[in-house]
Design a protein around this ligand. Structure first.
Ligand code: ZN
Length: 270
């Protein structure tokens, strides 16, 4: 069982959960705790000192350096960035050749806003990732995105095995039902691995259950959910990872190490 920790995100704030890691050092410390709890991939966004989201390459560089000093966890940077950022802004961390990066597979409603991911942008992002040896996680927020991810694979810009992130319950996008997830999986091509990303407290727990039942991978963390249980804020990302890892172990899964992930996804850093 591969568990990704989505440690900070772009939209979660300290007002939502005061335990949110924001500075590079806080993100690195939180990552190390999540790694010890069972995470083998960390999905990172970074912030300005005032907490606002940024794709600044120097802040990513510092964060990655601090994480690397502590452990060999697989590092996935975002290229989704935050609402309103330009493609060039969003692509900045790719020049650091992280192990993996998210690649959004279609324009998506995001609450009252939207994140733009046109077909030419998807190709541009895939080309940039290929150039830097970065494995894309094909993030799909809707069924149509899975079809578009197939079309991207047909361009030959990606190497198998493909990795999908099935994101459910983003406000304004596809709600989380197991049927919706199953339909996305049906459209996914062969030679693919998938991680379920359920947004909100209920979505996050549905994701853990469905990864166990349907044989996918899990993602947990403050980007997706700030609660440990209904009305109770999580103390840390590690607390969410630990629970997911325990549930997977109870169901008979072994927890993947970063070395396992480098093998499974055939990463360049293997
Ligand atoms: Zn993200």
């Amino acid at each position: 069982m591969v568990i990704t920790c989505a440690i900070t995100g772009a939209e979660t704030t300290r007002e939502h959960n005061p335990n949110l890691p924001i500075s590079p050092q806080e993100i690195a410390d939180g990552t190390y705790d999540a790694y010890k709890a069972g995470a083998s991939i960390v999905h990172i966004h970074v912030r300005n000192p005032d907490g606002t989201p940024t794709q600044d390459v120097e802040i990513f560089r510092e964060t990655i350096k601090l994480i690397r000093e502590k452990c060999d966890i697989v590092i996935e940077t975002t290229t989704g960035g935050a609402v309103g950022m330009s493609p060039e802004e969003r692509l900045q961390p790719i020049q650091l050749s992280p192990d993996m990066a998210s690649l959004d597979c279609g324009t998506v409603n995001f609450g009252d806003e939207y994140i733009e991911n046109t077909w030419p942008m998807m190709q541009q992002f895939a080309e940039e990732m290929k150039k830097h040896g970065v494995k894309p996680t094909l993030e799909c927020f809707d069924l149509g995105h899975v079809y578009l991810a197939n079309k991207l694979i047909e361009t030959g810009l990606l190497e198998a095995p493909y990795h999908f992130g099935m994101v459910l319950n983003v406000p304004g996008a596809l709600p989380y039902t197991q049927d919706n997830l199953k339909y996305m999986l049906k459209v996914m091509p062969e030679n693919s691995e998938w991680t379920v990303v359920g947004i909100g407290g209920k979505g996050a727990m549905m994701g853990v259950a469905d990864a166990i039942e349907l044989g996918g991978f899990m993602r947990q963390g403050f980007e997706d959910n700030i609660y440990f249980e209904k009305g109770v804020l999580a103390d840390s990302n590690a607390q969410l990872i630990e629970r997911a890892a325990n549930m997977a172990k109870d169901a008979g899964y072994e927890i993947a190490t970063p070395a396992d992930v480098r093998e499974i996804f055939n990463l360049k850093s293997k």
